[in-house]
Design a protein around this ligand. Structure first.
Ligand code: NAD
Length: 354
């Protein structure tokens, strides 16, 4: 059997492909458009590995998706492909609607059409996993209970609205057509191969370069962090035992303010590679104008996946953060390979530095 992964050259997708092939010999067909966020270097460990078959394709191309699914007959599709950066969705939402909504729709349609030629047995064991975010639920007040699967969708950014739309489509394809979809809504991930426009890798790399560590507003926004390999393990469990039509929240039980995250990065870096100028990278922390519509707090109640599927996060935030920082220190080539002109222009426009 084979699984089809979309967006498998991005941050979580590439971690998933590596994790999958470390746990099983079941081949992966990896479909990725290779946008600015896709990077085949993430998968260099798989060079020459016949279990990994890469196709540079756009999930919005419905006829190519149909062709690929009809040819490879995967037993599952896991949709990671997306535009994923909230700030970019505010600057230009169009791509987010195309890939996140239309792309998901094209994939669902391709599976629906291809499945006409497949047996009932194939269909009953097939799964379409829509990989999504906790941001679809909107923002929490400091004392509100964490998001459960029963929370209403209240997305506040074009990114989260586009993901919410796709999640609704996945749900509708189960209820309307019986296509076995499962949706996962996960909290903020961090770990190796994270594109350095996102908070944690941005701050690691800026600190090493002696650049400001930009924090939106007062830096007191709360996020729930999950080590990416814990997310990959959750997705393996969902593929194995997830019930069609269900959604599963995935989270790390690690609520931390953005300011605390950046302070922790500074403190770990102070130990691992001391700041040549002052002895503490904290001097670089800089508060910048807040993001429009910035959600105050996300927190995930993951008790459903824990009790029903037996998955638990294993990596404590501080340990995962240290591992991540060590990975960036050991992989400065990977970072310099992507922090080129276009990346610098974007960071400069966003924060006025870089
Ligand atoms: P990413 O931006 O690092 O990677 C996205 C990948 O999708 C890239 O490789 C890109 O080339 C590819 N892609 C984009 N448009 C495509 C298209 N039209 N066709 C084919 N491939 C395309 O994103 P990520 O952080 O790895 O997130 C992966 C998924 O997980 C996304 O759906 C995101 O919404 C979701 N998610 C992310 C987080 C997080 O903290 N990063 C948390 C929860 C859920």
């Amino acid at each position: 059997m084979t699984i089809l992964v979309t967006g498998g050259a991005g941050f979580i997708g590439s971690n998933f492909v590596l994790d999958w092939l470390a746990h099983t010999d079941e081949p992966v067909v990896n479909v990725d458009k290779l946008t600015y966020a896709g990077n085949l270097r993430n998968l260099s460990a798989l060079e020459g590995d016949a279990r990994h078959f890469f196709l540079r394709e756009d999930i919005c191309d419905g006829s190519r998706m149909l062709d690929i699914i009809a040819t490879h007959r995967p037993r599952a599709v896991i949709n990671f492909a997306a535009e994923s950066h909230v700030d970019r969705s505010i600057a230009g939402p169009e791509e987010f609607i195309q890939t996140n909504v239309v792309g998901c729709f094209r994939l669902l349609e391709a599976v629906r059409e291809a499945s006409n030629g497949f047996s009932d047995a194939w269909m009953s064991s097939f799964r379409f996993v829509q990989v999504s975010t906790d941001e679809v639920y909107g923002s929490l007040t400091p004392s509100a209970p964490a998001f459960s699967e029963a929370n209403r969708f209240e997305p506040n950014s074009p990114y989260s609205a586009s993901k919410a739309a796709a999640d609704h489509l996945a749900r509708a394809y189960w209820h309307t057509y019986g296509l076995p979809t499962v949706t996962t809504n996960c909290s903020n991930n961090y770990g190796p191969f994270h594109f350095p426009e996102k908070l944690i890798p941005l701050c690691i790399n800026n600190a090493l370069a002696g650049l400001p560590l930009p924090l939106y507003g007062d830096g007191r926004q709360v996020r729930d962090w999950l080590f990416v390999r814990d997310h990959c393990a959750a997705l393996r469990v969902v593929l194995e035992r997830g019930i069609p039509g269900e959604t599963y929240n995935i989270g790390g039980k690690a609520e931390v303010t953005n300011l605390e995250v950046v302070q922790m990065i500074c403190d770990i870096l102070d130990e691992l590679r001391p700041d040549p100028l002052s002895g503490s990278y904290r001097r670089l922390i800089t508060f910048v104008k807040d993001r429009p519509g910035h959600d105050r707090r996300y927190a995930i109640d993951a008790s459903k996946i824990e009790s029903q599927l037996g998955w638990y996060p294993r990596v404590a935030f501080r340990d995962g953060l240290r591992q991540t920082i060590e990975w960036y220190l050991d992989n400065e080539d990977w970072v310099s390979g992507i922090t080129s002109g276009a990346y610098r222009d974007w960071i400069r426009r966003q924060y006025g530095s870089g």
